[in-house]
Design a protein around this ligand. Structure first.
Ligand code: TYM
Length: 333
């Protein structure tokens, strides 16, 4: 573990159970690049409460998300794995940034528009609007250079860069301006019921997403029902979004090159394609699920591990908060 390596930061919301979009778009990428960096992986519980969460379910989802990080291959001896609310600096820095973020920047965020449309804007918590500022604080608190995420977070990352630059401009060079890192394949996995919508945890359709903890028989059913198109078999020239998505899921799991994919799947009937996608998904998720259940069986050890990570990196957060406070003229002891 070398302090001289650049830091990476990323996080996921502990709502429901992570799905294969979260895994292929972000988590698997984290496991692959972790040893090249000083990695920090956070369970962002403060983000989750921007929409009401049942407290007991939230508490459980925090453990579930942390356990899935480790089960998927995040090495807690190397990478920091912790929960956002364990480190107060996220909220402290977030307030400082809230005060230098123009309201117009937040009003433009498409995720806010989409999520607040579901509820009436008037009744939505202010946190939902301020959410991208907290996200900027998460990243800049650790002076992270690289942020590995799926494509849907690109706009939030752009805002993070804008906030860093604005603060640096107002108060002098303080924050590293981070870069977005998308995976080569799998950056945007679509819903199985509707391949024009990205796979998300909040869909009400039970045929929409494949959770990382899904049983093999259910995975088979979900892919069996996945929307394709009016062709009977894969045609690379005319295929629709549903077939593209199934191929992307296979390719993201297998790591096969484009030409190998085409040689293998061109002309394959959809029934066989779905069978192949099911097989690879089950094979890749099974060992993760086994490790997950082991980790969840010993909550004491899981919580101790989160505490060790948080204790190790808290000084990094405190250093940044002190610096930001000094730069802005706030009282520092
Ligand atoms: P969240 O919890 O919605 O998603 C976690 C990660 O999964 C990726 N992802 C996807 N990738 C591909 N296809 C999909 N269908 C798909 N759905 C989700 C997301 O891009 C993300 O990388 N705001 C963030 C959490 C966050 C964060 C941060 C991330 C808070 N602070 C700081 C990075 C750095 C979010 O809600 O992700």
């Amino acid at each position: 573990m070398s302090e001289s390596k650049p830091r990476i930061f990323s996080g996921m919301q502990p709502t429901g159970t992570l799905h294969i979009g979260n895994y292929l778009g972000a988590l698997r990428n984290w496991t692959q690049i972790q040893y090249d960096y000083e990695p920090i992986f956070c369970v962002v519980d403060l983000h989750a409460i921007t929409l009401y969460q049942d407290p007991a379910e939230l508490r459980e989802a925090i453990d579930r998300t942390a356990a899935l990080y480790i089960a998927a291959g995040i090495d807690p001896e190397h990478s920091a794995v912790f929960v956002q609310s364990q480190i107060a600096g996220h909220v402290e820095l977030s307030w400082i940034f809230t005060c230098c973020t123009p309201l117009g920047w937040l009003n433009r965020m498409t995720q806010f528009k989409a999520k607040s449309e579901k509820q009436k804007q008037e009744s939505v918590g202010t946190g939902l609007l301020a959410y991208p500022v907290l996200m900027a604080a998460d990243i800049l608190l650790y002076q992270a250079k690289i942020v590995p995420v799926g494509e849907d977070q690109s706009q939030h990352l752009e805002l993070t860069r804008n906030i860093a630059e604005r603060f640096n401009h107002l108060y002098g060079d303080t924050f590293v301006v981070p870069e977005t890192r998308l995976p080569a394949v799998g950056a945007r996995i679509m819903g199985l019921d509707d391949p024009t919508q990205k796979m998300s945890k909040s869909s009400e359709n039970p045929n929409h997403a494949v959770s990382m903890l899904e049983a093999p028989s259910r995975i088979k059913k979900l892919f069996g029902r996945a929307v394709t198109d009016s062709n009977p078999a894969v045609d690379y020239e005319t295929m629709g979004d549903g077939v593209k998505n199934l191929l992307a899921i296979y390719q993201a799991f297998s790591g096969d090159a484009n030409d190998r994919m085409r040689a293998e799947f061109e002309g394959m009937r959809y029934g066989d394609l779905k069978k192949r996608v099911t097989e690879i998904t089950v094979a890749k998720l099974e060992p993760i699920q086994a490790k997950y259940h082991e980790l969840m069986a010993d909550r004491g050890e899981l919580h101790a591990l989160l505490a060790r990570s948080a204790d190790r990196i808290r000084p990094w957060a405190e250093e940044t908060v002190q610096l930001a406070k000094r730069r802005t003229g706030l009282f520092v002891n």
